[in-house]
Design a protein around this ligand. Structure first.
Ligand code: 5GP
Length: 123
């Protein structure tokens, strides 16, 4: 099955264009991070690349080295700034249908601030 093309009308593309507000926690040339609108833990931050990438595999294959370095470093910096590094946290990148990705623009969830449940609940 072919992988879908990037949809420029997805909600994170609208946030990047400033058409929808977000509660921003970090921004640089390649990366934007903001609080999730429906947090599932005391810390729940979404980190997105500014480029039009649907998923981590798309990003890894097609992003420039500068974008990949910026994104990787930003996730670490944002976790540290959020104060979750010492106690620990979880990174999640839901991907497509089986991964239950709702927004088709690459995003990593940084989730922490409490002891989290099991990684995969039973269906
Ligand atoms: P996914 O299920 O694609 O991994 O996660 C999408 C996340 O985006 C969800 O946790 C959802 O709460 C969040 N979200 C959806 N729409 C918005 C929005 O307009 N603003 C923000 N800040 N988060 C959103």
């Amino acid at each position: 099955m072919a992988v879908s093309a990037y949809d420029p009308q997805n909600i994170f593309a609208k946030i990047l264009r400033g058409e929808i507000p977000c509660n921003k926690v970090f921004e640089d040339d390649h990366v934007l991070a903001f609080h999730d609108i429906a947090p599932q833990a005391p810390t729940h931050i979404l980190v997105i690349p500014k480029g039009a990438y649907t998923s981590y595999d798309d990003f890894a294959a097609n992003a420039s080295d500068a974008e990949i370095i910026a994104y990787t470093r930003a996730i670490g910096k944002i976790a540290a700034a959020a104060g979750v590094v010492e106690d620990g946290y979880r990174l999640i990148a839901n991907t497509r249908d089986h991964g239950r990705q709702d927004v088709p623009h690459l995003h990593v969830h940084i989730i922490g601030g409490k002891k989290l449940g099991l990684m995969l609940p039973k269906d």
